[in-house]
Design a binder for this molecule. Structure first.
Ligand SMILES: Cc1cc2nc3c(=O)[nH]c(=O)nc-3n(C[C@H](O)[C@H](O)[C@H](O)COP(=O)(O)O)c2cc1C
Length: 228
């Protein structure tokens, strides 16, 4: 009898702990925002932990794992990429060309209104960056989507580890532009791969008010249909 009671209490405590973890996870996801300004504080990791958590947890179509990650903390390399081939505009439909053209950080002239006012961190503005490459699209038609999932998982992993993050796609113009092969060689990436996004990683600059710059979201009704 005593044992049964103890077991029931243990199960109840476990359930409470699991629901607290789930709640914290939802909070973490809901509170993770794009960081537009990073401090100079170096990050002690080379992104390994963040990459590993995303790499191990992300699902991909037919388990192709069509990604390759490059963690960069070398500021010179970041600046070189940021200034490499900017202005090169691949034709529409070229892999890696950000939809609707770049908006801001490292980008050329915005095609759409800026998402928010204030600073826009680009490549070279954070102490670390993770470049996300995907395999030749003909080998895996879902590769972009899979890499997007990995990027978002990295955002969550980084956030849980106490980092601030920002996803940008504008550097893909440089990474996939005329210097693509040379940059791949420098970064140790197979030249058949294309860059899809870059994750900026660091700590937020606490002197910058990011809350009042936070972008808004359109309404539930605008973006959702419910068919009953
Ligand atoms: C795939 C992707 C590409 C993005 N590319 C850029 C970019 O090139 N430059 C930039 O400043 N922000 C970029 N962003 C950041 C978005 O502008 C930002 O996430 C969006 O405005 C929502 O802002 P919030 O995360 O603060 O709510 C990108 C975000 C995503 C998900």
């Amino acid at each position: 009898m005593m044992f049964r009671k103890a077991l029931l209490i243990a199960v109840a405590v476990m359930l409470l702990a699991v629901s607290a973890v789930a709640e914290n996870t939802v909070d973490l996801i809901m509170n993770t925002r794009t960081t537009q300004a990073f401090s100079d504080e170096a990050v002690s990791v080379d992104g390994q932990k963040v990459i590993n958590q995303a790499r191990l947890s992300t699902a991909s179509a037919i388990n192709q794992q069509p990604w390759f990650f490059v963690a960069v903390t070398n500021q010179e390399v970041m600046k070189e990429i940021a200034s490499s081939g900017m202005g090169f505009a691949p034709p529409a439909g070229t892999p890696g060309k950000p939809e609707g053209a770049p908006q801001d950080g490292n980008g050329a002239s915005p095609a759409a209104p800026p998402a928010s006012n204030g600073p826009k961190a680009g490549l070279g503005d954070s102490p670390a960056a993770i470049l996300i490459y995907r395999s030749d699209a003909s080998k895996s038609p879902n590769a972009d989507f899979d890499c997007g999932l990995a990027a978002q998982n990295m955002v969550i992993a980084a956030s849980a580890l106490g980092y601030s993050v920002k996803i940008i796609s504008s550097p893909t113009m440089a990474l996939n532009g005329e210097n693509h092969d040379a940059l791949c060689e420098k970064l140790g990436v197979d030249t058949s791969m294309q860059a899809v996004a870059v994750l900026l990683l660091g700590h937020a600059d606490s002197s910058v008010d990011v809350t009042s710059q936070a972008t808004t979201r359109e309404s539930f009704e605008t973006k959702t249909n419910i068919i009953e």
